[in-house]
Design a protein. Structure first.
Lengths: 117, 350
C-alpha cells in the first residue's frame, strides 16, 4: 500500500481512469514495450498517445465504447460486460471472457481460444 | 550553503549539500557500473538525476504523456492483510481498480508461494473467478517459487544449506535439482487452475530468492505455462539484483544463471516466454537515497536497453528500486524514484 498510491499519482496512467488497464493488457498478453502498447491502444480507440493518459478524454471514450469507467453510473457498462467490449475493441483474447462465454452457453464447451491479434 | 532534504536507505530523513548529493550520485553510478560491468550514466543523466532529487515538493511527477503502467506483487490483499481492514480480496480488487486507479493487480494467498497454494488451488481459483466477474483491470495470480519450502522437514528433499557446510556438495546439488522439478510442477499446476478460472496472467514473484535453482524453476515454469496456456501472460519478478550461486552450475539456454545481474536476467526471462520482467535492484540501508537511486538507474538503463520484446517493470517498493527499507514508505522518495526511472531509464512500467 505504501507505494501503489504514489506510483498512480506521480507516474502511472491511472488504470480505468484513463487507459492504463488496456495498455497493461497489451504488455501482459503480447509482451509489448510501453510505447508500442500505447500506440496500439491509441490507434484502436482513435485517440492520440497523449490523450490516452488524460482522464477527461478517456472517461468519455470509455463510456462511448463501453469499456468500463472508474465511477460507473446507472447504465454504464461494468465488470465482465466491459471486458467483452475490451476484447472486441482491442482484438485480443481475454481468458475470463472466454470462460464466461462457455459458462453462459455462448461458446461450445472445450472450444479453444481464438487468437485474434 | 543550501541543503536538501532527502533520506537514508533505512528511511531516516537527512539534509545533504549539493556537493554531497553529487558525490553520492557519482559513487552509486560507479558501484553499479563496476559490479555489473556496464556503462555508467552519462554526465547529462547524472545532472538530470540531481535535479529530480533536489526538486521542491513532497511529490514530483513525470511529464504529461510519459506515464507508464503498474503491476503488483501484493496479492490484492494489502488493505485486508497489511492494513488490517477486514475485507475480502474480491472486494479489494474492485477497490484497487475503482478507488485507487491502479492499472492491474495480482491475486494471491497470504503465504504467497505456490507450494502453499497447491493444496487449496481449487479454492483460490474459485475466488479468482469471482474477482474476475466483477472487475475490468487485468488480474494475475501471484506467488513465489520459494525453493526453500521443498527442504526437510517442510518438504521432501534434503536441505542443501545444511549439506553444504558438511562438505556434501554432490548431495546439496542433487537436492536443489530435485527441488526445481517439484517447484515447476507446483507452479504449472496452480497456473492451470488459474487458467480455468480465467486469470489474465501468472506472476512468478521473488524469483531467485533461494539462489540460481530458484530462478531456474521460475524460468522452466514460465516456459511450460506459456506453451500450455498461450493466452495467459507471465511476469517474472526477481528477488534481488544478483542471482546467488547456491548451486553454481545450473544453466538455462546455455547461460550459467549464477551471478547474473538484471540486464542479463531479462534476456533469460524473455527466452522463457515471459511478457513482463520485474527487475530488482536492492537498497543499501546505510547509504543515501541519491547513492541508491543512482545505482538503480545505472542497472535499469542497461536492463531496458538489453530487453527485446518484453516489458521491464522495475520493482519500486520497500527495500528495492531506491526505496528505503521501512514499513511506512515516504512519498518523496517513491515519486522521485519513479520519475528518474521513467525519464532516465525509459522503463515500461512499475
Amino acid at each position: 500500500m505504501g507505494t501503489e498510491i504514489t506510483h498512480t499519482v506521480s507516474a502511472c496512467m491511472g488504470g480505468m481512469k484513463t487507459a492504463g488497464d488496456l495498455v497493461l493488457r497489451m504488455q501482459l498478453a503480447h509482451g509489448m514495450r510501453i510505447r508500442e502498447a500505447k500506440e496500439y491502444v491509441a490507434e484502436k480507440l482513435g485517440v492520440s498517445v497523449f490523450e490516452l493518459s488524460d482522464p477527461s478524454v478517456m472517461t468519455e471514450i470509455r463510456q462511448t465504447f463501453g469499456l468500463g469507467v472508474q465511477e460507473p453510473n446507472l447504465g454504464d457498462i461494468t465488470g465482465m460486460a466491459a471486458k467483452f467490449r475490451i476484447s472486441e475493441k482491442m482484438g485480443i483474447t481475454i481468458n475470463s471472457v472466454e470462460n464466461f462465454k462457455r459458462k453462459a452457453g455462448l461458446k461450445k464447451e472445450g472450444a479453444i481460444h481464438e487468437e485474434t491479434l | 550553503m543550501a541543503e536538501y532534504y532527502t533520506r537514508m536507505g533505512d528511511g531516516f530523513g537527512i539534509y545533504l549539500s549539493e556537493e554531497e548529493i553529487r558525490a553520492d550520485i557519482r559513487e552509486g553510478v560507479k558501484d553499479a557500473a563496476d559490479r555489473g560491468k556496464i556503462p555508467p550514466l552519462t554526465e547529462e543523466e547524472m545532472e538530470h538525476l540531481y535535479k529530480i532529487i533536489t526538486m521542491e515538493g513532497i511529490i514530483v511527477g513525470v511529464k504529461h504523456g510519459d506515464e507508464v503502467v503498474s503491476s503488483t506483487d501484493q496479492g490484492a490483499d494489502t488493505v485486508g492483510c497489511e492494513s488490517g481492514v477486514p475485507i475480502d480480496r474480491v472486494i479489494q480488487v474492485q477497490m484497487l481498480e475503482r478507488a485507487f486507479g491502479i492499472d492491474s493487480t495480482d491475486y494471491g494467498f497470504t503465504d504467497y508461494n505456490f507450494k502453499a497454494v497447491k493444496p487449496i488451488a481449487n479454492y483460490e481459483a474459485a475466488s479468482m473467478e469471482r474477482a474476475l466477474e466483477n472487475s475490468v483491470i487485468p488480474i494475475l495470480y501471484g506467488g513465489m517459487p520459494n525453493l526453500g519450502f521443498y527442504t526437510k522437514p517442510d518438504g521432501p528433499v534434503d536441505n542443501w544449506a545444511e549439506l553444504l557446510p558438511q562438505g556434501k556438495v554432490k548431495e546439496a546439488l542433487e537436492a536443489q535439482e530435485a527441488a526445481v522439478d517439484l517447484a515447476v510442477h507446483d507452479m504449472v499446476y496452480v497456473a492451470e487452475q488459474m487458467f480455468e478460472a480465467g486469470a489474465d496472467g501468472i506472476n512468478l514473484d521473488t524469483c531467485g530468492a533461494a539462489g540460481d535453482a530458484d530462478f531456474l524453476a521460475a524460468l522452466k515454469a514460465c516456459e511450460e505455462i506459456r506453451n500450455k496456456f498461450p493466452t495467459m501472460g507471465v511476469e517474472i519478478g526477481m528477488a534481488g539484483e544478483f542471482v546467488l550461486g547456491m548451486h553454481g552450475r545450473l544453466k538455462y539456454d546455455d547461460t550459467r544463471i549464477a551471478g547474473l545481474y538484471p540486464h542479463k536476467q531479462v534476456k533469460l526471462a524473455e527466452k522463457a516466454g515471459a511478457t513482463i520482467f520485474g527487475a530488482v535492484v536492492n537498497t543499501n540501508t546505510s547509504r543515501s537515497f541519491p547513492w541508491n537511486i543512482a545505482r538503480v538507474c545505472t542497472f535499469m538503463k542497461e536492463c531496458v536497453k538489453e530487453a527485446g520484446k518484453i516489458a521491464v517493470h522495475t520493482n519500486v517498493g520497500m527495500g528495492v528500486g531506491g526505496i528505503p527499507m521501512c514499513e511506512s514508505i515516504p512519498h518523496d522518495v517513491v515519486s522521485r524514484a519513479d520519475k528518474a526511472l521513467i525519464e532516465i531509464c525509459k522503463i515500461d512500467g512499475l
